[in-house]
Design a protein around this ligand. Structure first.
Ligand code: UDP
Ligand code: MN
Length: 296
């Protein structure tokens, strides 16, 4: 169980979490060693979270990149399903980054929800498209998001919302357990193991999935800026971390512990065989067509 002892020291969100949560899951780890909640279905009252965040005036920026062929392949479904499930009842601004703004689909949005399309250059290597998101997100938080939103959530586009992805996921600094690693011993975690990379780490807490991360704008700004600095230093040293931005994110979250951790319900790979602890899938991996999508 997450102890309440340091709730007062932590941000408001944590103290309210502690009083709202029902803590009724015994089959999974619901708390980290540093007392951050790991969010699973059955642990929380969704309405209580929604009321609290409406009272607090929370508003959410969702960033997503659809560069090159990823736009046609994924963006429309991502946005349509997000309108069904992501932070319903709270103000949401989508920040869509693409090299082809004119191709962004026209989506009917609920009230209090809007889209901002921002043009980015297309890096020729997919690894760079992925890594350079850190720089772009950091910049747009500074120039725009910080003036309009309290929280930021950053998403891969190759995913489909299938269940509530709501305000229980909001926190100061939020990371996601990778569906492929959450049950494995640490020795299997695919951290970067090259001492020459800034992402190098020998051990860690969890293997986090970079397909989703978020938090207060200030926390996400700090994370994206630090990861970008690490990525650029690696480039100067002619090295690249094993899993690119994800390796840097794992290093950052090891040094700066997240205040909330999302269970793999929040990003599930349905090719994994049945797991009794996954009671709901809130977001699912879309099929990956690397052969056709990643060729320049
Ligand atoms: N991306 C993109 N165009 C590209 C490569 C990547 O828009 O050519 C964005 C897109 O949002 C994608 C994310 O970067 O979801 C990460 O890449 P990908 O999903 O291929 O990585 P993986 O899920 O395999 O880690
Ligand atoms: Mn992806």
């Amino acid at each position: 169980k997450c102890s309440l002892e340091n709730a007062n020291m932590l941000n408001l969100d944590n103290s309210v979490d502690a009083s709202l949560d029902l803590w009724s899951r015994a089959d999974v780890q619901t708390c980290t060693t540093w007392k951050a909640a790991i969010i699973w279905e059955g642990m929380f009252d969704p309405d209580a979270y929604d009321q609290m965040h409406r009272r607090e005036g929370s508003s959410v920026a969702l960033t997503v990149f659809a560069v090159g062929r990823y736009l046609d392949a994924y963006l429309k479904t991502f946005l349509n399903t997000s309108e069904q499930h992501f932070m319903l009842g709270l103000p949401v601004t989508y920040y869509i980054f693409t090299d082809v703004p004119e191709k962004v689909p026209d989506i009917k949005l609920a009230p209090q929800r809007s889209i901002k399309v921002m043009k980015v250059e297309k890096n020729s290597r997919w690894q760079d498209v992925s890594m350079m998101r850190m720089k772009t997100i950091s910049d747009v938080i500074e120039s725009d998001i910080r003036h309009h939103c309290t929280h930021v959530f950053c998403f891969d586009v190759d995913q489909v919302f299938t269940g509530r992805f709501g305000s229980e996921a909001l926190g100061d600094s939020v990371a996601l357990l990778h569906a492929h690693y959450y049950r494995l011993p640490k020795k299997y975690f695919t951290y970067d193991r090259n001492p020459n990379s800034k992402a190098y780490m020998q051990t860690g807490d969890f293997y986090y999935h970079a397909a989703i991360f978020g938090g207060l704008w200030k926390s996400v700004k700090a994370l994206t800026e630090a990861c970008y600095q690490g990525i650029m230093e690696d480039k100067r040293n002619n090295v690249e971390a094993l899993w690119h931005d994800e390796s840097h994110l794992n290093k950052y979250m090891w040094l700066h512990k997240p205040t909330k951790v999302l269970s793999p319900e929040y990003c599930w790979d349905t090719s994994i065989i049945y797991r009794s602890e996954i009671r709901v899938t809130r977001l699912m991996w879309a099929p990956k067509y690397y052969d056709t999508l990643r060729t320049p």
